[in-house]
Design a protein around this ligand. Structure first.
Ligand code: SF4
Length: 488
């Protein structure tokens, strides 16, 4: 599941956002709404994007999928003009399974006995390798290397209506996923039994919308109806909306990293403002790790709300001591060592008048390999800071994610290899404190982490994986998913 992405700078030292999904039913502007919603969720995946629409006039599906950002892929009016129809699904991709082939860009599409089916997926199936092997043994021919295509083949192997086939397929797959499916007559949204990945239902006029985050609803003026519940399947067609729960009930374990880093701060996730959650984490961190300093400086952008909270709780003044360039495109991300060295300066620059002669508290969301943190500390010191103290708004990242987030292997995670003091020395700061696990849960409104029954998935900090990772327990024999490489 772990891939090297050519668009990712080594200096961009974060867990990578997973993907975004979108679906709409009953709108005369389905494709335009889709492009706007995907644009609002660009932060969840920048490698590729796609839309599939269905047009009743002519009984035809239309698709456009490509590598690149939403603005690039859907910026051509001629492309948009061809995406006719009143229903659509869409996807922003950051590869967590499958490599960066163009044929992996979703939504995927397949012709079934009942007509066409388009499908898009945010998450990761933890038994996809085993299922794929079984399917190939039984004669299936795969066109992509994504785990989403496993769902398509399982549906093809079942009989009955699309909903029957989907329900039978869901009983075989394991993992964390939010799915949207489009047929000629139906739009379907699904969330995995533990609700690890987000999915919301919205309404605009008579049309229904599914999206990974509420910011997608905001951009088109849609209202949020509610979160799709963990384990829920929602089917929307001309008769309206109906919902069912095909899985045994499990205790939800939503991804806590959505609050710390992945989701946009202006999103409402699982009924909670992401901005507010981050601010409260910053306040809690100030209580757990107070110190004397002159300025609190966020590492932009995700560190900003937490730094606001840290500054408010500590009484130390909040300053923008690091400015981030929002215009650094892929063009700059070349794999040469020289450019890699320049990378962090292209992305972040020190605001010298704020930092010179100051004791600085730097607030960041996480440390993965430690490469960015080290360079940022060096940059802040060269701008004249007399002390640099790092405060991190997640517990140490000691484990990889297998639930749809692109992460390095464990042996590349700094916190899995070193003590906090060793990390501090390597990064070169005067002090380094991570929020405690209990502190994180307190910030989220609990007394602490209930170790017998944790409220969230926090496996990348705790190693407590709520969903078994079948592909790791019994690795599939055929590790190479495809012999073909796209030249494009
Ligand atoms: Fe989220 Fe971490 Fe769990 Fe992955 S392992 S779903 S990133 S909390």
């Amino acid at each position: 599941m772990l891939t090297t992405n050519p668009f990712q700078s080594e200096d961009d030292d974060h867990f990578r956002e997973e993907c975004a999904v979108f679906g709409i039913y009953g709108s005369s502007d389905a494709a335009k709404h889709g492009a706007l919603c995907l644009h609002a969720m660009q932060h969840r995946g920048q490698e590729g994007t796609g839309l599939v629409t269905y047009d009743e006039n002519g009984d035809q599906f239309h698709a456009h999928r490509d590598h690149g950002h939403v603005g690039e892929v859907f910026g051509d009016p001629n492309v948009m003009a061809q995406l006719t129809g009143n229903s659509a699904i869409g996807h922003n991709r950051y590869s967590t399974t499958g490599d960066t082939l163009k044929r992996n860009v979703q939504p995927l599409f397949a012709d079934f006995e009942f007509g066409g089916l388009a499908i898009a997926h945010n998450g990761n199936l933890t038994n996809a390798g085993l299922l794929r092997e079984e399917l190939v043994r039984n004669g299936a021919i795969f066109q992509s290397t994504t785990d989403t295509e496993v769902i398509v083949h399982l549906m093809a192997n079942n009989r009955g209506s699309v909903v029957d086939r989907l329900a039978a397929t869901l009983s075989r797959i394991e993992g964390a996923y939010s799915l949207v499916c489009l047929t000629r007559k139906k739009l379907i949204g699904v969330r995995d039994p533990m609700g690890v990945r987000p999915l919301v239902l919205g309404r605009i006029g008579d049309a229904y919308i599914f999206a990974s985050e509420t910011v997608a609803l905001d951009i088109v003026g849609a209202d949020k109806v509610r979160d799709v519940e963990p384990g829920e399947v929602i089917v929307i067609d001309e008769k309206g909306l109906r919902s069912f729960f095909p899985f045994p009930t499990l205790k939800p374990r939503f991804c806590v990293f959505e609050y710390i880093y992945f989701s946009r701060p202006d999103s409402i996730v699982e009924g909670r403002s992401v901005y507010e959650a981050r601010r409260r984490i910053g306040e809690e961190l100030a209580r757990e790790a107070p110190l004397e300093a002159d300025v609190v400086v966020p590492v932009p952008d995700s560190g900003v709300p937490s730094a606001v909270g840290y500054a408010a709780e500590s009484g130390i003044s909040f300053e923008i001591g690091i400015v981030r360039s929002h215009y650094m495109g892929r063009t700059f991300i070349e794999p040469s060592d020289e450019i890699r060295h320049l990378g962090v300066k292209l992305k972040h620059n020190a605001n010298r008048p704020v930092l010179e002669g100051k004791r600085v508290v730097l607030v960041d969301d996480s440390i993965v390999r430690g490469t960015t943190s080290k360079k940022i500390v060096e940059m802040v010191r060269s701008a004249g800071a007399t002390e640099v103290h790092m405060r991190i708004t997640s517990p140490p990242t000691t484990h990889s994610c297998f639930y749809g987030v692109d992460t390095p292997e464990r042996d590349q995670l700094m916190a899995a290899k070193y003590t906090i003091e060793e990390m501090r020395r390597h990064i070169g700061c005067d002090s380094l404190v991570f929020i405690s696990m209990d502190g994180l849960y307190r910030a989220m409104g609990f007394e602490g982490r209930d170790n017998d029954n944790p409220h969230y998935c926090d496996a990348c900090f705790s190693g407590d994986y709520p969903i078994r990772i079948a592909d790791r327990e019994t690795p599939p024999i055929a590790r190479q998913l495809s012999l073909l490489k796209d030249a494009s």
